[in-house]
Design a protein around this ligand. Structure first.
Ligand code: TXA
Ligand code: MG
Length: 313
């Protein structure tokens, strides 16, 4: 049974926070669009976001925090990031920054990248919820893949009402357009997605923004668009060749690292990037990955594996 949105009063917000802390999905309002939230430090909860959205790819997700200080515990703010946070935060601006070494956020939320998008939303319900959760909340727009972003709680109920534990309703979103996403990874600042804060206003603070499409010569610091391990990746492996480490899938795999010993795709998604990251060590010659069924979240897993393998080919 699809659930109905609940008015976002203090009790409902407290319950939503409990659900998030227990690893459930909760849709909540922000000033841009409604978000589909999960505990960003919980690999399985983050994997459940992708399952609910039926996204065929793992796009990196934005982490929502109640204040800039909490964001500063996850990612490295440089001077430009500090200026933008001061001028436009809380608000419709997400900053993509380097993950700190001890960043507790799921690698799946970063889609395996060494960067993380952080945002402090300006909506009072979102802020109260985030403060109550006390953990970063990963949240893409609360729509099925391929549908438009929801700006009212009933949009979420129609699209994802069967997939979430709760929908907090605070009426319509004031901005109705997603946040502006700016990458600050050492080189030029890059406009990754235009959104609620105009690019011109950002350029007035920190100077010209590069476009991701700024020609074949990419400036240093431009983002790799997807995860790529240092080691070669061999797909559809049945066993490890000498020097390789095998990543199994399912109960029939040889003993050793396994994406999901029970053959469960949500668990495999939850483990994917953390496992590859841990095995990406010079003592191995390559990472051999067993076949993962190409259905449901398996399609997103295979998409990422193919891209990671191709980037080394
Ligand atoms: O307004 C918004 O931003 C809403 C509300 C809920 O906060 N969220 C949202 O999330 O629109 P989503 O997942 O639909 O879009 C996130 C965007 C994507 O374009 C993604 O590629 C980019 O942010 N992004 C996130 N993390 C990134 C990273 N580490 N590197 C590059 N791009 C990143
Ligand atoms: Mg979206």
């Amino acid at each position: 049974m699809p659930i109905r949105p609940e008015s976002a009063n203090t009790q409902a917000i407290a319950r939503a926070a409990e659900l998030l802390r227990a690893g459930q999905l909760v849709a909540f309002p922000t000033e841009t669009v409604y978000g589909l939230g999960a505990d960003a430090t919980d690999d399985r909860a983050v994997a459940a976001i992708f399952a609910a959205k039926r996204r065929p790819q793992f796009n990196p997700l934005i982490c929502h925090l109640p204040d800039a200080a909490s964001a500063g515990a996850l990612v490295a703010f440089d001077r430009r990031a500090g200026r933008l946070a001061e001028r436009f935060g809380p608000g419709a601006l997400s900053l993509v920054l380097p993950r700190l070494a001890d960043c507790p956020v799921s690698r799946l939320a970063s889609a395996g990248l060494d960067s993380l998008a952080v945002r402090v939303p300006a909506h009072p319900v979102a802020l109260e919820l985030l403060a109550a959760v006390g953990r970063p909340v990963a949240a893409p727009s609360a729509n099925r893949s391929g549908r438009v972003s929801p700006t009212r709680a009933n949009h979420v109920a129609e699209d994802l009402g069967g997939e979430v534990a709760m929908i907090l309703d605070a009426g319509r979103c004031e901005i109705g357009l997603e946040s502006t996403v700016v990458g600050l990874l050492g080189g030029d600042a890059v406009l990754l997605r235009p959104g609620g804060v105009p690019a011109e206003a950002i350029e007035a603070e920190i100077g010209r923004l590069a476009q991701p499409s700024d020609g074949p010569v990419q400036s240093p610091g431009m983002l790799p668009s997807h995860y790529a391990p240092a080691l070669p990746l061999r797909l559809d492996a049945r066993s490890a060749a000498p020097g390789e480490v095998l990543v199994g899938f399912g109960p029939d795999a040889p003993a050793g690292p396994n994406l999901s010993p029970t053959g469960e795709l949500t668990e495999a998604a939850a483990n994917l990037f953390a496992l590859l990251h841990d095995l990406d060590r010079p003592e191995f010659s390559a990472i051999a990955v067993m076949a993962v069924p190409d259905r449901g979240l398996g399609r997103a897993i295979n998409d990422r594996l193919r891209r990671a393998a191709a980037s080394r080919a």
